[in-house]
Design a protein around this ligand. Structure first.
Ligand code: AMP
Ligand code: ZN
Length: 429
């Protein structure tokens, strides 16, 4: 069953015609945005899809440099919504949408959810953050479009989540994978049998952060349901970019809306078909803020050719990492530089620091070790205690997550031979 068979099962030939038409429109539109105008985008001519390779890449830093309005190519009258990447508290990367953009996004998300099996009789509980972050509103609109009873619980408040799931007969949940595992820990601790307590539950949509096949299996087996991997990023609307079909062999990336390239992040050249590299996406439908060759920094590969489900859109394999140093903790994006900037700004903090990520039960946890300044004594407990509190508070304000802060003597953190090892990721997720 398809939501839109004509487009979901489109022939490669027709798809490429459509992509070329949309790419021309996109480049023409984008060249009106101050950022792309300055790059001379209007002088590039597109006569073939392969001409995409002549166009410049766009990065997160470019979006930051164009803040606040430098990426918009329509008049503000047409713009109805702003979203932002998760976890950014410095200069954020913001994305603008026209009414038509919201409509297209809603349809893409509805297409994903329908593909997984969601129908209008379903009760959909959305346990992902609403607000600037795109996960909440993105799936909310898509599920409403299908006609589901949509419950915008947002994340957290586990007891209420479970009560609602039981009382309203929730049949589908949208949840970040680490929270899904946390939920199962809580349910287990309460001595509840999830299959008896939530007999209506059929689907979980897992998105916003990397997770393994083992995590998916854990969620599926614990609840006795089907779990689907949902991939997206705010720069490309948010969720609705790529999603698993019931075959669960890669995520269909909607090529009528996104032109996909995989590049080698070092040489910036395209990789051979099927090889792993960095995903680069050009929007093909966006009106208010088209983006050309966006370097997602996410590492994946493309499975070409039709899928057993009948859909012809390519699939991307599970994201295995990033080509930059961004960390994702509890669905929040964090760059180690944000932590460094906070530490440098606090008197009493020494030169070296190290970030360790651990799994505590099924929860991600961050430990920040920082050396103290050589003027301080490791025995001055009072001063160290207030220093530790200040670091914790300022880090929480910056990265929106509360780390455990451990202060060490000057020289207490081993210095690496080559590049400093700032992040040690011991998570098992
Ligand atoms: P944001 O812009 O805040 O929505 O963050 C987007 C980033 O989250 C992506 O670039 C990925 O690194 C990560 N992400 C989102 N969904 C997934 C997923 N299903 N698997 C792995 N990483 C994901
Ligand atoms: Zn498929």
């Amino acid at each position: 069953m398809y939501r839109d068979q004509d487009i979901e099962c489109i022939s490669r030939e027709r798809l490429q015609e459509l992509q070329l038409k949309q790419l021309k429109k996109t480049v023409k539109g984008a060249s009106k945005a101050p950022f792309y105008r300055a790059l001379g985008l209007k002088d590039f001519t597109i006569s073939d899809l392969s001409d995409i390779r002549k166009l410049p890449f766009t990065t997160k830093d470019d979006l930051r440099s164009a803040y606040p309005y430098g990426m918009i190519c329509t008049s503000l009258d047409k713009v109805v919504r702003l979203h932002s990447s998760s976890g950014t508290t410095g200069t954020p990367t913001v994305v603008f949408h026209s009414m038509k953009d919201i409509e297209n996004w809603t349809e893409l998300v509805a297409r994903c959810l329908f593909m997984a099996g969601l129908r209008k009789h379903d009760v959909f509980q959305n346990m992902i953050g609403y607000g600037l972050f795109t996960g909440g509103l993105g799936l909310h609109y898509g599920a409403e479009r299908i006609g589901c009873l949509t419950i915008p619980t947002g994340p957290g408040n586990t007891k209420r989540q479970l009560k609602f799931m039981k009382d309203f007969g929730t049949s589908a949940i949208h949840v970040i994978p680490s929270y899904a595992l946390h939920l199962s820990d809580e349910i287990e601790a309460m001595g509840i049998d999830p299959k008896k307590e939530f007999p209506a539950l059929k689907y979980a949509f897992l998105g916003a952060e990397p997770h393994t096949e083992a995590t998916r299996k854990k969620v599926e087996e614990f609840f006795g349901i089907d779990a689907f991997n949902s991939y997206g990023l705010s720069e490309m609307n948010g969720p609705g970019v790529a999603f698993e079909c019931p075959e669960k062999h890669g995520q269909h990336i909607w090529e009528d809306a996104y032109l996909v390239e995989i590049i080698n992040p070092d040489t910036l050249e395209g990789v051979a078909p099927g090889e792993k590299g960095e995903l680069v996406i050009t929007t093909l439908q966006r009106e208010a803020m088209p983006i050309i060759r966006y370097r997602t920094k996410d590492l994946t590969s493309v499975i070409e050719g039709p899928c057993a489900c009948g859909r012809t859109h390519s699939r991307i394999t599970r994201i295995t990492g990033r080509s930059d140093d961004m960390l994702i903790l509890k669905g929040v994006n964090i760059f180690p530089m944000q932590i460094e900037a906070v530490l440098i700004g606090i008197a009493g903090v020494g030169r070296n620091y190290q970030i360790t990520l651990e799994s505590k039960g099924h929860n991600d946890h961050m430990i920040v070790r920082a050396e103290i300044d050589s003027n301080l004594s490791i025995h001055d407990f009072k001063t160290l205690d207030s220093l530790k509190k200040r670091i914790t508070r300022e880090l929480r304000d910056e990265i929106l997550i509360t780390p455990d802060v451990i202060l060490c003597e000057p020289g207490g953190i081993p210095v690496a031979q080559g590049k400093a090892v700032r992040v040690i990721d011991n998570r098992t997720l």
